[in-house]
Design a protein around this ligand. Structure first.
Ligand code: BDR
Ligand code: CA
Length: 303
């Protein structure tokens, strides 16, 4: 039986690959795509989602735009990672379809049904607003890409998605439904290297698109970390939603730092159970990187 999934995203190179994985996976019934500010403005992330769908001939998949700014903070995009378009690098066709004429949270409310998994791979503004307006009914669980136990990429203390809207993240982690956190500790352990990129390229048109996305995305990672390859953060979250064995998790308490500026958006994970705070998340701690890329390769090749 397939899993009803809403993909909430801010494409974004790795968001685009997560979307391809969702489209190519028989385990997924993609109820729709919702977009959020993040890697670029809402206008650009929405257009990027539509263009990726156009590329694979799936403009039938509805795209609903959501929040164009965080709950309380100023908007800050990640052009330094994803470029001015939010998806710099490969050529993409113009979208023939437009977004649906319904805001993301109304769209989700209209489509959600029992057992739905929300896969959230951008700042968590849409999900927090949805929870506030509609509660948690029919949400099986939320799998999110964000945070880190022991590092940061936006600041030394925080990962971008959580940093961008920490108040939204705090609400999501405390929503009472199962939350799985796929953070940098996991995604940085699975790099799409040159060798993997060549294997993607060899599969054809969409595999070449993935390799070209990585060609651009890896520049930031080469410059920042000295790596030959790029993590495909958001696709790990989607992959975990359909094949949980890929990522090992620990059930732990996670709190979000919303007070200090220095540590804004830090996911304070009580990995070693130093407090009595009750666990509220399954936190990713390790990944079978080869199995993840084999899955991704097989699925992308099928598109
Ligand atoms: C996250 O931030 C964005 O740049 C990526 O799309 C991913 O969701 C990684 O920190
Ligand atoms: Ca993202």
């Amino acid at each position: 039986m397939s899993i009803p999934i809403v993909l909430d995203c801010d494409p974004g190179h790795d968001d685009a690959i997560a979307l391809l994985l969702a489209l190519a996976s028989p385990e997924v019934e993609l109820l729709g795509v919702t977009t959020v500010h993040g890697n670029q403005t809402l206008e650009k992330t929405t257009e990027n989602a539509l263009r990726v769908l156009e590329l694979v001939g799936r403009s039938d998949v509805p795209v609903a735009p959501g929040a164009d700014r965080p709950l309380l903070r100023d908007l800050r995009v990640a052009a330094h990672v994803h470029g001015e378009s939010g998806l710099d690098g490969p050529e993409l066709p113009a979208a023939t379809a437009g977004p649906v004429d319904e805001p993301a949270i109304d769209f989700i409310a209209g489509r959600i049904r029992a057992g739905t998994v929300l896969v959230a791979v951008g700042p968590l503004t849409n999900i927090a607003l949805y929870l506030e307006a509609h509660g948690t009914e029919n949400i099986e669980r939320i799998v999110l890409m964000g945070g880190a136990i022991a590092e940061g990429n936006m600041t030394p203390a925080a990962e971008f998605n959580i940093w961008a809207d920490p108040e939204a993240a705090q609400r999501v982690f405390h929503c009472g439904r199962p939350v799985t956190m796929i953070g940098l500790d996991v995604t940085h352990k699975a790099l799409l290297t040159h060798e993997w990129a060549e294997r993607f390229r060899a599969t054809g048109r969409i595999g070449t698109f993935v390799a070209e996305l990585v060609d651009f995305f890896k520049r930031y990672h080469a410059h920042t970390y000295g790596w030959d390859g790029a993590p495909i953060h958001d696709a790990v979250a989607l992959a975990h939603a359909i094949r949980p064995s890929l990522v090992r998790t620990e059930h732990r308490n996670v709190e979000i730092e919303v007070e200090s500026e220095l540590c804004r958006g830090r996911t304070v994970v009580d990995l070693w159970r130093r407090t009595e705070r009750p666990p509220n998340a399954d936190v990713g701690v390790d990944i079978d990187g080869d199995a993840f890329f084999e899955l991704l390769l097989e699925r992308v090749a099928s598109l």
